[in-house]
Design a protein around this ligand. Structure first.
Ligand SMILES: Nc1nc2c(c(=O)[nH]1)N[C@H]1C(S)=C(S)[C@@H](COP(=O)(O)OP(=O)(O)OC[C@H]3O[C@@H](n4cnc5c(=O)[nH]c(N)nc54)[C@H](O)[C@@H]3O)O[C@H]1N2
Ligand SMILES: Nc1nc2c(c(=O)[nH]1)N[C@H]1C(S)=C(S)[C@@H](COP(=O)(O)OP(=O)(O)OC[C@H]3O[C@@H](n4cnc5c(=O)[nH]c(N)nc54)[C@H](O)[C@@H]3O)O[C@H]1N2
Ligand code: SF4
Ligand SMILES: [Mo]
Length: 715
């Protein structure tokens, strides 16, 4: 009997299991899909192998709940298309040969074009310790300067916005805030689909809260909320300035907080003079009633929390939009108290780990590559020569791809991300790869769109097949344990990095990096004195006993209180800027980069389609159960007026065409879309053939959410 059969829903009750497959013990894990970071109990057989998963009722995040992906977390591990051996140009080889090829080819490229010609692209989906190892090995060991992660696609805007406004990348909230607010505002965020257990936490709120959902689409979250604000795409920034104008007019400013804890408010007030709401209604696509209702609720709320996700982060003026949310919370004093905060929700299970410990956009532990004292400190803790640490910041993801086009990057190492499907204006990525002299992909599957393009493929163990920590959206470190054996010769990313360090000849530099827990302890030391100080966390066992721990937890001082299950930032009204004050930052709104016209008359929005599908679907499509929870066709959502206007019927097969490419889909007539706008879920490999490569200038995050298309019937 295969494990897959065993786990078919309703097939066997526990009492009927053959003795060999009865669970005899339990291990704890943190779900490896989204940033909610649910605690799971993995039931093990007598060999210590996973049989099944149930949500952990004691974990403070999910309180015994899980979404379909969590329940099905084991199935993707057992699919028969896992990568089981390294491969050179599609031919299976042993690890010895693969490591030889890896080191020889990268060294060859570096010898020919310099170390700057090699780069890596990492992820938000491997463990903190693995990220730290990868970033350190590549930069300190192999001499790379450029390395970024798929978190650029996802969280770069929030990172930049927080850094500029608060002085550090510091999402202030804790999930209890979902339950303690009396007004929750979701901006470009669809947690009912994308973070289902966060949404369950909202549903537990006992204050009968008002729930405002700002989204061009009437999403599942908007339907469950109390006010839907159907903002015109990318006009949130105008709406947020108008709301700030209105707060001023209604005198709901928290003067004491503004005075004591912020800088730049006067200039902001002056700037807001132009944001008389009635002047901007047309541009925002809103009626005065909806605007006023939204303003009323925010003005009257005692504990207002504002939550944002990709509808904000992915845009051509995303950082300023995120800061417009931050400004609104600062001026109304909705920060540092229960149920408040300008709260960015992270996406991937370890996006927060990537933000702080991947050595890409910042030096390990939120340090700065460009600061002498930071490099000296990190070098001291790691026991490496300071010269090994680059003095400059890396190029961003899109700049690395441009660098390939320009012939500056010749060797690329890609770990746990699949941009052959997910990168914006996908062709710009696939064309670039063809120009590389050496391209390595390290993934749990050898058949992803990206792995198929690799010269060298390295088979990785997945979540559940290795130990390590993730940091969830509320800054909580949680431990996830090995509960299943990796297939064939697949190895934990951590072990791959270890082998490469030795093969490259820099193993000595990483002599202390013997296990994930050893690296975790190193990182606690690196973090000392930073806002994300975790020097008070002794090790994995402590994390497990405490139900995860939110940063900061310093070794000593007032924050030392490991038993506190909820930890919120800025309770003392002090921020991480040199003055201790938070900054008001603002800028004139800019129009859409690609406006629909007579040739491409519709605006395409993309995002998450269902709670059962994960990104490029390498994992979720392996589960028969998850596949049953969404349409097997790519559906294009369109409202009935556009349907008539385009001469289409519900269910028609169509081509969605932009200036860059096309994708086939089936039309679904729906009242959730406004006129002139259509929606495609991102999970189909062709959707990014259509998207427009625009980037927020501050964060360099791609603006996946808006481009002009036309729809043609396939006859
Ligand atoms: N099931 C599932 N869950 C996931 C993921 C997954 O792939 N599948 N991915 C995870 C990851 S990495 C991430 S980053 C998160 C993403 O989580 P979300 O950001 O919540 O999901 P999206 O659907 O990408 O975008 C959210 C909403 O933004 C809206 N939007 C588009 N343009 C605009 C705009 O201009 N203004 C406003 N206000 N709204 C706009 C869209 O209509 C959409 O409803 O989900 C995480 N959770
Ligand atoms: N059109 C459109 N495109 C988008 C978005 C959108 O809203 N619209 N959203 C963007 C966002 S927010 C994100 S985060 C990206 C996500 O884009 P990707 O990062 O490309 O998506 P995933 O499918 O999660 O890719 C993860 C890869 O890692 C592999 N993997 C999983 N676990 C492990 C492991 O432990 N080790 C190794 N080595 N490999 C592993 C998986 O098999 C998979 O191939 O997509 C972006 N693309
Ligand atoms: S909500 Fe996110 S973390 Fe929780 S079970 Fe679902 S995918 Fe996993
Ligand atoms: Mo993401």
């Amino acid at each position: 009997m295969t494990r897959e059969l065993l786990r078919e829903p309703g097939r066997f009750g526990l009492g009927q299991l053959p003795t060999s497959l009865k669970p005899v013990s339990v291990a704890k894990a943190i779900c490896g899909f989204c940033a909610t970071g649910c605690g799971l109990k993995v039931h093990l057989d007598s060999q210590g192998q996973a049989i099944n998963v149930t949500p952990d009722p004691e974990y403070p995040v999910n309180l015994g709940m899980a979404c379909p992906k969590g329940w099905e977390a084991l199935t993707p591990l057992w699919s028969d298309d896992r990568g089981t051996t390294p491969m050179v140009s599609g031919k299976a080889v042993g690890w010895g040969e693969a490591l030889g090829v890896f080191c020889d080819r990268f060294k060859e490229v570096q010898a020919k074009h310099g170390a700057r010609s090699t780069a890596f692209l990492s992820t938000g989906q491997i463990m903190v310790e693995e990220m730290a190892f990868l970033g350190s090995l590549a930069k300190f060991g192999m001499g790379m300067i450029h390395g970024d992660g798929n978190t650029r696609q996802c969280m770069a805007t929030a990172v930049t916005a927080y850094k500029q406004s608060f002085g550090f990348d510091a999402p202030p909230f804790t999930y209890a805030d979902f339950e303690e607010s009396d007004v929750l505002v979701f901006v470009g965020s669809n947690p009912a689909i994308a973070h289902p257990i966060m949404w369950q936490r909202v549903e537990r709120n006992r204050n009968s809260p008002e729930i405002i959902v700002i989204d061009p689409r009437m999403t599942e979250t908007a339907m469950a909320g109390t006010l839907h604000v159907p903002i015109a795409p990318k006009m949130d920034i105008v709406l947020l300035y108008c709301l700030a104008h209105e707060m001023l007019k209604r005198c709901v400013v928290d003067r004491e907080f503004v005075e004591k804890s912020t800088a730049g408010f006067e200039a902001f007030c002056e700037f807001l003079e132009d944001y008389e709401p009635s002047k901007h209604l047309l541009m925002m696509g809103l009626t005065m009633e909806v605007f006023e209702r939204c303003a009323d609720l925010i003005a009257k709320g005692k504990r207002v929390s504002m939550w944002w996700t990709m509808g904000v982060n992915q845009g051509h003026q995303a950082t300023r939009t995120a800061q417009a949310i931050i400004n609104l919370c600062l001026m109304t004093g909705n920060i540092g108290r229960p149920g408040t905060g300008p709260n960015s929700i992270t996406g991937q299970c370890n996006a927060m780990g990537s933000r702080l410990f991947s050595n890409t956009t910042c030096l390990l532990g939120g340090h700065d590559f460009t600061k002498d004292e930071d490099r000296m400190k990190v070098a001291g803790v790691l026991g490496i020569p300071e010269e090994r640490i680059p003095k400059e910041n890396s190029w961003a993801y899109d700049q690395i791809i441009q660098g390939i086009h320009d012939g500056k990057i010749k060797g690329l190492w890609m770990i746990a991300t699949n941009p052959g499907h997910s990168w914006i204006n996908q062709k710009s990525f696939t064309d670039a790869v063809k120009k590389l002299e050496f391209f390595v992909v390290q993934d749990m599957y050898s058949n992803t769109e990206t792995a198929k393009l690799a010269h060298l493929y390295l088979p990785a163990a997945a979540w559940g097949e290795k130990d390590g920590t993730f940091i969830n959206a509320e800054r909580r470190f949680g431990v996830s344990r090995k509960v299943s054996k990796a297939p064939g010769q697949a190895l934990a990313d951590f072990s791959i990095f270890r082998l490469i360090a030795d093969g490259w000849g820099c193993g000595e530099m990483f002599r202390e990096w013997t296990s994930p827990e050893a690296v975790f302890r190193l990182m606690t030391r690196v973090s000392r004195g930073q806002p994300c100080d975790i020097s008070g966390i002794e090790g994995f066992d402590m994390l497990e006993v405490c139900g995860g721990i939110q940063w900061p937890l310093a070794e000593s001082g007032p924050k030392r209180d490991a038993k506190r299950t909820e930890r919120r930032l800025f309770e003392d009204g002090r921020f991480y800027t040199p003055t201790g004050k938070a900054n008001f930052i603002f800028e004139e709104p800019k129009g859409l980069p690609e406006v629909p016209d007579e040739h491409f008359p519709l605006l395409l929005i993309t995002g998450r389609g269902s709670s059962a599908q994960w990104h490029t679907e390498t994992r979720t499509k392996k589960s028969a159960l998850l596949r049953k929870l969404h349409s097997d066709r790519l559906l294009l959502d369109m409202n009935s007026e556009d349907l008539v206007g385009q001469g289409l019927d519900d269910g028609d097969r169509v081509r969605v065409v932009s200036k860059r490419g096309e994708v086939e889909a089936w039309v679904r007539e729906t009242s959730t879309m406004r006129r002139g706008q259509v929606f495609l879920p991102m999970h189909d490999p062709d959707v990014n053939k259509v998207t427009l490569g625009v980037f927020d200038p501050e964060s360099r995050q791609p603006g996946y959410k808006a481009c002009a298309v036309k729809v043609e019937k396939v006859s």
